[in-house]
Design a protein around this ligand. Structure first.
Ligand code: ATP
Length: 277
């Protein structure tokens, strides 16, 4: 069942808008040698245009399975996912995904990695147009100087900046991030969180992001979707994150609501839906 904690938070203005991305009664069953495995059951979520939504839940609860279906890599066994009322059945340039492991082509430079994606989507546009997009997005993530370096010559944070620039260069409507900062050190992670918020503010792209870090979710998200444990996982609760934007990390952690929300999410994960193993 999906609820919103009205005691802690006011109704977000987002709820008055038209639905943008709708996950409607979605279940996912995987065939396995031991029979069917129900990963997700009856998942419902409505996301509004321009929202930043984080998903949290224990390892193996089905977060990636859910976002892979939004990306179109996988199909629901039952139910449907729609973007602007159009059913998602396959991957498309309107939804771009960024993974924890960067997934850059190692033999290509940062520039070439982004160019390849831009070229695939804007094949019939002139070269000058495509080059301009690549340069604009390298600049957006502060990598103009490193444009001609290959992934092996880039730090983890730089590689993830390239991956984010590549995804945004396609100008998606939805940016899907699967634990994008999970492999980064704490300082780089905070820097990239700030950059992501600045980019999101400017592009007004709708973001769905998996994280294992409650503080990261509280800093970034408009809403935090908390998933129950699998098998047959679904959405346990959705927390509205009320902090005004632009957000300032130092101010947020001074806010008593921050600790109320943090404790609420911790209680959900480690008491109410503790991982038994
Ligand atoms: N192709 C598949 N075949 C069978 N089972 C699968 C398949 N893909 C995922 N699963 C199972 O579905 C469940 C959800 O997996 P998923 O990767 O979505 O979890 P997650 O919440 O993203 O985990 P993590 O946080 O560790 O990345 C797990 O039990 C997993 O073993």
């Amino acid at each position: 069942m999906q609820t919103t904690t009205s005691a802690l938070n006011p109704q977000p203005s987002a709820l008055k808008r038209d639905p943008f991305l709708v996950i409607d009664n979605v279940s996912k069953v995987f065939p396995t040698p031991n029979g069917s495995f129900i990963a997700l059951e009856d998942v419902n979520l409505t996301v509004y245009e321009g929202e930043f939504v984080c998903l949290i839940g224990h390892s193996g609860c089905g977060k990636s399975t859910l976002l892979n279906m939004v990306a179109g890599f996988n199909k629901p066994t039952s139910g449907e996912i729609t973007l602007q009322a159009k059913r998602i059945t396959e991957p498309g340039p309107d939804r771009m995904m960024v993974f924890q492991n960067y997934s850059l082509l190692p033999w290509m430079t940062a520039y070439e990695n982004i160019y390849l994606a831009v070229d695939a989507v804007y094949a019939d546009k002139p070269n000058s147009f495509k080059k301009e997009i690549v340069e604009e997005h390298l600049q957006l993530v502060g990598l103009t100087e490193a444009a001609h370096k290959k992934p092996s010559q880039l730090s983890g944070g730089m590689k993830q900046r390239v991956a984010i620039a590549r995804a945004l260069a396609i100008r998606p409507q939805v940016l899907i991030l699967d634990e994008p900062f999970g492999a980064l050190d704490a300082i780089t992670k905070e820097e990239l969180q700030e950059e992501l918020l600045a980019i999101w503010r400017e592009h007004r792209v709708t973001v769905l992001m998996i994280t294992h870090d409650i503080d990261e979710a509280l800093f970034l998200a408009d809403r935090l979707v908390m998933m129950t444990n699998g098998p047959a996982a679904n959405i346990g609760e959705v927390l509205d994150i009320p902090f005004s934007r632009p957000r300032n990390r130092a101010e947020i952690i001074e806010d008593p609501d921050y600790y109320n929300l943090r404790n609420y999410a911790l209680d959900f994960l480690f008491n109410r839906f503790a991982h038994l193993d």
